[in-house]
Design a protein around this ligand. Structure first.
Ligand code: TRP
Length: 325
């Protein structure tokens, strides 16, 4: 008998999407908030990205999780409450459940149907585990469901999603997590490392075109959900490494001059103009540890693969007194 699934839904409304899209497309340079990638189709495409041969991140992180699971369990102690940010298909967390034996699991994701399907499956396959689903946009400060507030949490944030914030945003985000976690709460976080540019760029330009399809699906979703004449076929996918900022940038580039009508506004694109849909910052282990320390998290352990492609950090929340103002 499964212990069932407890659901909390804080899904953003259509008004947020319209406002966010208009704000992003009226700024210079143009951009779109990346959280809107993850409709049902986007979440499915993202799972396919993770399986592409060029996308070394997922398999490298999974190998690290597999190898480190015993030590992670020892650091977290028995009966922890495992929370996962951006849980998607809840695949990686399966590597931890056996060794960790948490008392509860809470998957947090913005993609509602996907989250519910994945956590329902997880609950059915692990009848001993209490499973919760929280549909929320974690780019805004979060509140945990009240029944979870007094348990000892281990917050799992895999996939180098922390790199999808700028370093300044990442620091603010980690500070929010610091505020969310009680004393002694821990953070397990996957961070992609700086490396050869060709390898980085290949990971975001897979030969099968899945990343391109994922990027263009953002425009498809906006066309579908807003009253507008945005035409995905008039754009193409562009991803490159920005050396100065140490990050991959994902853009959608306009083939030719065009006007797009969204609600009562007209947005102009010049030929070759791009809108930035995502960034993916890459770190060194030391730089990431310094960033985490500035947000009140001490490095307890770090695991990297033999090639130093990816890092997995176990961070411990420090008392607020040690936070620099
Ligand atoms: N966290 C993932 C990363 O930075 C997200 C990602 C992978 C992504 N491929 C993408 C986001 C393509 C947008 C487009 O690697």
């Amino acid at each position: 008998m499964s212990r069932g699934l407890r659901i909390t839904d804080l899904h953003p409304s259509i008004d947020d999407i319209a406002g966010d899209v208009l704000r992003g497309l009226s700024s210079m340079p143009k951009r779109l908030p990346s959280k809107y990638f993850y409709d049902r189709r986007g979440s499915e495409l993202f799972e396919q990205i993770c399986a592409q041969p060029e996308y070394y991140l997922t398999r490298t992180e999974e190998a690290l999780l597999h190898a480190a699971a015993g030590e992670i369990a020892r650091l977290a102690g028995p009966g922890a409450c495992l929370l996962e940010l951006g849980s998607g298909a809840s695949r990686k967390v399966r590597l931890l459940l056996g060794p960790l034996r948490p008392s509860r699991y809470l998957g947090i994701d913005i993609s509602r149907d996907f989250l519910l399907a994945s956590t329902r499956r997880l609950a059915a396959e692990h009848p001993w585990l209490e499973v919760h689903a929280l549909c929320a946009d974690f780019s805004h400060p979060l509140q945990l469901p009240t029944e979870l507030q007094d348990s000892r949490p281990l917050l799992f944030f895999p996939g180098s999603s922390i790199g999808n914030f700028t370093p300044g945003e990442a620091r603010r985000f980690l500070r929010n997590l610091h505020g969310l976690l009680p004393e002694g709460g821990d953070l397990l976080i996957g961070v992609d490392l700086l490396k050869d540019v060709r390898m980085l760029e290949a990971a975001y330009n897979d030969a099968a075109g899945v990343t391109a399809a994922f990027n263009l699906n953002l425009l498809e979703r906006i066309r579908r959900e807003l009253d507008c004449d945005l035409e995905p076929a008039r754009f193409h996918h562009l991803a490159f490494f920005n050396e100065a900022l140490g990050r991959i940038e994902m853009h959608l580039q306009s083939h030719r001059p065009q006007q797009v009508r969204i609600e009562d506004r007209v947005i102009e694109f010049a030929e070759g103009e791009t809108l930035c849909s995502e960034i993916s910052c890459k770190y060194s282990v030391a730089d990431f540890q310094a960033l985490a320390a500035s947000a009140g998290f001490a490095a307890e352990a770090v695991w990297t693969d033999p090639h130093q492609w990816f890092s997995l950090h176990y961070l411990r929340r420090q008392p607020p007194a040690r936070l620099l103002k």
